[in-house]
Structure formats: C-alpha cells, structure tokens
Design a binder for this molecule. Structure first.
Ligand code: PEP
Ligand code: MG
Length: 585
C-alpha cells in the first residue's frame, strides 16, 4: 500500500528505486556491484568467513574452563545456531545472485531484514537475540576483511533508469536509494560517487553537514524524515522527491508514472541550464557577479571548473581530517591536497578554510555525544588555537600550496579580538618557520568567516585585520536565532529571512562595500535561487555554492536588475515589503 513519509527537502530532484537500509554502524561496509561471473566467488567469501567464525566459536567451546559461567556456553550455542541459520545463508545468496551486491553488502542487508523480524517479536528473550545476530555478522565481516577481495568496479554514476524501464525490469540494475537513521558527514563521504541514486535519513536539518554533502552529490535527498528507517523495509520500492521533501513508499503505477514524467522534465531543465555554462554572470544593468564553488575534497574541483565556477569560494578542509583520528594528515599530505585543488582550478583563485571540526562535524564518531553542547564548544578556530602545532602545520601547507596559484586562507568562527590576534600570530609564525626551513611558499590573502552575531557586529574591527570576509549564513542563522541547524525538531524556526539575520547580513555587506573589501556568502543561502535577488539587492556580488547549484543561480543573476532590487531589498529590510512576495528586478 502506498504511503508517504514527510521530511525536509535538502537536495533537489526525483529518485525512483529500491530502498537499501543501512544501519549507522555498518556504513563503512563497502557497497558496490559485482559482475555476474563473480557471484560464485562472492558467495564463497561469505561461506569462508562464516566457516572461520564457526571454527573460532567451536574452539572457544572446547577450550572453555570447567568453572566458566554456563551462560557463556549457552551464548556460544546461540551464536553457532544463528550462524547455521538458513535464513541468513539463503538471504545473503539472494542479494548476491539476484542483485549483484558485493558479499559484505549482501550480509549487512540480510542482517537488516532478519533484525527487523527480531524487532517485531513479542517475546523479550527472542527480541534480544538481535544483538547476538549483529555480533555474529560483525565476526564474519571481520574475517572477510582479511580475505582476498575481488576488485570493486569503479563507482561510476548510479544507474539511472526511466520509469518505463523500471516497470519492465525488476531485477538487477535498478537505482538504489539509501535509507538510514543517521549518517555523519564522514559517512556521507563514503557514499560520495557510490551506487546510490538518493538518500533519506530520519534525523538532520536542512543545513546540517550531512545535508550539505548530499547536496554536493547532486542527488535527491530528504533528511529529518523521523521514522523513515522504521517504516521502510529492505528492498521496498520508494520515490524520493527532493523538491517537496517527501519519500513515497510502495508507489502505485499512477504515482510512478507521474514521477517518471517529472524526472524527465527535471532532466530537460538541466540540459537547458547547461547552455549557460560559458555565459558570464552579469545582471541586466551590467553588474558582474562572481559565482564560486564550495568543495569538500580535492576531487570535487574538476566539477567546479565544469560548472563554470570562477574559483573556489570555500574548501571545507575538515573533510580531509574526518575519520582519521589516529592518523591525521600531516603538512606534506595537506600540501599535496591543497596543491591538487589549486592546479585543478587552472589559475582561478582558491579560498581554503582552515579546519572547522566540531558541532555536527566530529573528527570521529566515537567522540560524538560526550560533549554537552558541541555547537557552542571547542569548534573551528577554537579547536585550531587549542592545538597550535597542528594549526601551523595546516597554515604551512596552505602557504606552500600558494606557490602554485592564488590561495586565500579563510578562518572559521572567529568572534573575539584575542582570537584574531592569536590567529594572525600563528600565521606569522608559520611563515617564519617556512623561511627558516628554506621551503618555497607563496603570498596569501587572509579572510574571516562571519558566522556568529558577535563577528557580524564587529565588521569594522575585522576589516582592520583581514583582506576579505565570507558570510557563513548556515551558522550565522543558527547562532543568531539559537536554532540547532542539525535538529529537525526546530527546523521550522530556522529562517534565513528572519529580520535579525537579514539585518546582520546587510550590514556586513554594506560595510565591506563601503571600504572596498571583498565579501561573499558561502552558506547554503548562496545556492538557494529563492534568495539570489534579495542578496543581490543587498549589494552582494560574490556567491559561493556547490557546483551543481551554479547554473540555476546564474539564471537568476542574468534576469536581475540590481537598481530595482536594491530599492526593494531596503523595503524588505525595513519590513515594508515581504521577501517572498517580491517581483522586483
Ligand atoms: C556556514 O556556516 O555558513 C558555512 C559555510 O560553514 P559550514 O556550513 O561548514 O559550517
Ligand atoms: Mg559554518
């Protein structure tokens, strides 16, 4: 029966496919399709993994001391029984043979299927056996890790199919939609360029970093869909409507046909926009507007060039560090990554932000949750200043990359005059260290993010020390309105058009403009076409966003007349007109 699950729209478009439920702890498991000739060897890998665990458990049984608690023996019996369970074995075979999932993926998929049945059991004792099943599967996965792996095919784009194809072909080669309770930004990186055609998560806000990465992948996504991962079953047919922020489960043929039609329309619109790629972003009244790209990894840079970006406006370097708690990238590794971006951008300017770890971007999953108020804690520049040696390693890497092209260094979340002083002192020291070492480095421009109201109110002070400012509206809205950007339960209050937010943004832009300093917006509002005219009206001429959003924003710029928009924007600021009803320009 068809039903829909509402959530928040975070990445536009329509995806139609089968649901793949992924438990939060299984995200690291590789997800890729195998070739038909690999089916037998994949099944064999699972078989060998399982046999190794059986051997291990039997050995434990034999070596068990006489005085061992009898619960332990019973537990081993249960685990051995679960290992022999026909449902596990046949289910895994099914996913490998019918869907061409790799062995690990098949195993965790079947775990979700059986786990769901355990959840529904009346009997407490039986219900709790789910944890045993999870342990058993973890053991198999661990054994499989040590085994020879077939080469994973390169993870090209998801296999998109038309709705007609889907009705005809219900076996392999069907788009897959990932459904999970929660995914961290680091998890999302694992899925970047993966086989999935869309995402749904139970939790998350519109500008949570999970949503931001989903948007950068340019595939439809819905977050904050509450119980989605409970309501959907493994392999259910689902539609993700990334425009409306809804997931439709088990759609009827009529609904499928309607969404198939919309999918084709979206594709046509994309093709139409693609023609603007080489058109300069100039308004009707001749104002030149810079459209820059936000990137998370060096490999994202070519997409920025392809989309016609005139540079990188925000490289979120923390993504290089995530999930690498025990092995953080050193100066050399960072230098190579930054240099790669500079070279990929072919002479265009690159703004690289120093690490912004903390809040909803933990360095490591393990360290999540033990901080009372992470968004107000040791985050971003505070984190860097707490570890000056690490901070300087990053600064040196950035200065070295600057020998290969124009690098602007951007500092996140500055709020205090003392932080500015300490930051600049570290910059000075880092350069002196490179000089002392005789290492080649280049000149850099220095900029500050305006992300907290305190910074916005101190624009003049900031401008005494920095060459440029970049307004991070994601955090500026969060901290001005006291709304956790990652919490879906307050997402209705997260309002980019709130008068206080608009006032802060407007004042920062006008002060920079008056002083002839460059200012951009690199938060999600910069890539939101419904905000473009207002920002232009407020005097903004530099927007940084995910490459996939650039052409839609360019279209808005080409249609705009900033003379009319600036009059209207002042009326919006004074409350005389509504931003949403504007038709100016
Ligand atoms: C912002 O806060 O608007 C911003 C661009 O930084 P991030 O989203 O990475 O916090
Ligand atoms: Mg921010």
């Amino acid at each position: 029966m068809t039903f829909s699950v509402p959530g928040l729209a975070v990445a536009r478009g329509i995806a139609i496919g089968r649901a793949v439920l992924v438990g939060a702890s299984r995200v690291e498991v590789a997800h890729y399709f195998i070739e038909a000739h690999q089916i037998e060897s994949e099944i064999d890998r699972v078989r060998r993994g399982r046999n190794a665990v059986v051997d291990e458990l039997q050995r434990l049984q034999e070596e068990m001391p006489q005085d061992a608690p009898h619960e332990l023996a019973a537990l081993l019996d249960v685990h051995l029984m679960l290992l022999q369970d026909e449902m596990l074995t046949s289910g895994v075979k099914h996913w490998i043979t019918e869907r061409l999932y790799n062995a690990e993926w098949a195993l965790t998929t079947q775990l979700e299927v059986i786990g769901r049945q355990f959840d529904e059991m009346e009997d407490d004792y039986l219900r709790e056996r789910k944890a045993d099943l999870e342990q058993v599967v973890d053991r198999i996965l661990r054994h499989m890790k040590g085994m020879a792996h077939p080469v994973a095919p390169s993870p090209g784009s998801p296999r998109r199919k038309t709705q007609q194809d889907l009705l005809l072909d219900d076996t392999v080669d069907v788009p897959l939609v990932l459904v999970a309770h929660d995914l961290s930004p680091a998890d999302m990186l694992l899925f970047k360029k993966s086989v999935f055609a869309g995402f749904v998560t139970d939790v998350g806000g519109k500008t949570s970093h999970t949503a931001i990465v989903a948007r950068s992948m340019d595939i439809p996504a819905v977050v904050g869909a509450r119980a989605a991962s409970q309501l959907v079953r493994q392999d259910d047919w689902v539609i993700i409507d990334g425009d409306a922020g809804v997931m439709i489960v088990d759609p009827s043929p009529i609904i499928l046909a309607e969404y198939g039609f919309r999918q084709r329309q979206i594709e046509l619109e994309r093709q139409r926009l693609a023609r603007l790629r080489h058109t300069p972003a100039i308004t009707i009244d001749g104002q030149k507007v810079d459209l820059l790209a936000n990137i998370e990894m060096p490999d994202d840079a070519p997409a920025a060039v392809a989309a016609g970006a005139v540079g990188v406006g925000l490289f979120r370097t923390e993504f290089l560090f995530m999930g690498r708690m025990d092995n953080l990238p050193d100066e050399e590794e960072q230098y190579l990554a930054y240099r790669q971006v500079v070279e990929s951008m072919q002479g265009l300017p690159v703004t690289i932000r120093t690490i912004d770890i903390g809040a909803d971007k933990p360095l490591d999953k393990v360290h999540r949750g033990d901080i009372l108020n992470p968004a107000l804690g040791l985050r971003a520049i505070r984190w860097s200043l707490a570890d000056p040696a690490m901070f300087r390693a990053q600064l040196r890497a950035l200065m070295r990359a600057a020998a290969h092209g124009q690098v602007n260094i951007l500092f996140p979340m500055l709020a205090h005059p003392s932080e500015i002083a300490q930051t600049l002192a570290q910059v000075h020291l880092a350069r002196a260290e490179l000089d002392a070492r005789g290492t080649v480095h280049g000149p850099t421009r220095l900029g500050a993010m305006i992300e907290v109201p305190a910074a916005a109110l101190m624009t003049r002070y900031f401008l005494q020390y920095f060459d440029f400012l970049s307004i991070g509206t994601n955090d500026l809205i969060q901290y001005t309105l006291a709304i956790d950007r990652a919490d879906e339960s307050v997402s209705h209050l997260y309002d980019p058009l709130h008068p206080a937010v608009l006032r802060l943004v407007a004042d920062v832009i006008s002060e920079c403009t008056a002083q002839g300093k460059s200012v951009s917006v690199c938060g999600e509002t910069a890539g939101d076409a419904t905000m473009t005219r207002l920002l232009l009206g407020l005097g903004l001429r530099s927007f940084s966003m995910h490459p996939a959003q650039i052409l839609a924003i360019k279209q808005e710029v080409l249609r705009a007349d900033t003379r009319k928009l600036s009059v209207w924007a002042q009326n919006v600021l004074s409350g005389a007109e509504q931003a949403s009803t504007a038709t100016a320009g």
